[in-house]
Design a protein around this ligand. Structure first.
Ligand SMILES: Nc1nc2c(ncn2[C@@H]2O[C@H](COP(=O)(O)OP(=O)(O)OP(=O)(O)O)[C@@H](O)[C@H]2O)c(=O)[nH]1
Ligand SMILES: [Mg+2]
Length: 298
């Protein structure tokens, strides 16, 4: 039996959460094409007959400008603690830039092996993939460079095999039927945030937070969910609601479908839109929206 932890790290939008979901085979972490989708350290647990690999999905590395970003970057740092392997995810559809190289150098050549997953290889030509690999090969202290597509699953088995080789012998850390460390309540909030991110334009999605006020089962198994979609400005509120309530209805319908898949039953979902002026700049409000810095301190 092999068991251990693997952290995923990389710039926003590299495909870390997509990779987490592909390895685990469940929707653990929300995904969108907008950068800075993931805000917490999220565990995805991949169980095999003779292994358990715990994937630590983390927010994309960026310069922290506000209280929320500071929480996110602390989560990235925490996510690297106590892991057996670090996987740095680079998107191959963009030029590998100095920032990627700089980040990779930070983790290369350490006691913890570093694998580079060159993701989104479905997007580019074979020649370009080889060119990217040649560039990354120049960095010393890297265990391996594996071209993958987290979206199609291509070569993810190769990555998994290498991870297994690097995993120590040991017992499972979590029950075999668990696929994440997060609660239903957390997952529900994330689903609503994902639908808001995917449907809203411009700068509004970044300032969205979700508070789940009610998550309860009735005797007949129906689940009642009440949640607040919190935005940063009064003007954003009307855009979240949309013309004649069209936007909030769309977010609500899409969220309800995913929550029903998650709980495996009927869901009544009530969404409310609230404004907490510039909440991302306030330690107090960031905490109130569930991003608790104290939890990340040891
Ligand atoms: N074509 C292609 N797109 C991908 C692949 N992996 C991820 N994506 C897309 O890239 C976007 C970002 O994916 P995420 O998994 O949310 O990226 P992330 O690294 O978790 O992003 P943050 O949470 O913001 O740091 C989404 O639109 C994904 O569908 C891939 O292998 N191929
Ligand atoms: Mg993510």
């Amino acid at each position: 039996m092999k068991a251990g932890f693997v952290s995923l790290i990389g710039k926003p939008n590299a495909g870390k959460s997509t990779l987490t979901n592909t390895i685990v085979g469940e929707k653990v972490s929300i995904v969108s094409w907008k950068p800075q989708t993931t805000r917490n350290k999220i565990l995805g647990i991949a169980n095999g007959d003779d292994y358990q690999i715990v994937i630590v999905d983390t927010p994309g590395v960026h310069n922290a400008k506000n209280a929320l970003s500071k929480y996110m970057m602390k989560s990235v740092e925490k996510g690297q603690e106590g892991v057996e392997v670090v996987v740095y995810v680079v998107a191959a559809d963009k030029r590998t830039d100095e920032r990627d190289i700089e980040h990779i150098r930070k983790y290369a050549g350490k006691e913890t092996p570093l694998i580079i997953a060159l993701n989104k290889c479905d997007e580019i030509e074979r020649g370009d993939i080889l060119e990217r690999i040649d560039l990354l090969k120049e960095i010393e202290g890297v265990d391996s460079i594996i071209p993958i597509s987290a979206l199609t699953g291509k070569n993810v088995d190769m990555l998994l095999s290498r991870l297994l080789e690097l995993m120590p012998e040991g017992e499972r850390f979590f029950d075999e039927d668990m696929y994440t460390d997060k609660s239903m309540r957390f997952m529900v909030g994330e689903i609503v945030r994902e639908k808001a991110l995917r449907n809203l334009d411009q700068e509004i999605p970044y300032g969205i937070g979700v508070i789940v006020n009610k998550f309860s089962y009735r005797d007949n198994g129906i689940v009642d969910v009440d949640a607040d979609i919190v935005c940063e400005k009064q003007s954003h509120k009307s855009m979240v609601i949309g013309k004649g309530g069209a936007m909030i209805k769309k977010i609500s319908t899409q969220s309800r479908q995913d929550i029903e898949d998650l709980v495996g039953g009927k869901v009544f979902l009530n969404l409310y839109v609230r404004v907490k002026e510039d909440w991302r700049d306030s330690d107090f409000l960031v905490n109130q929206l569930g991003y608790d810095l104290k939890e990340l301190k040891d």
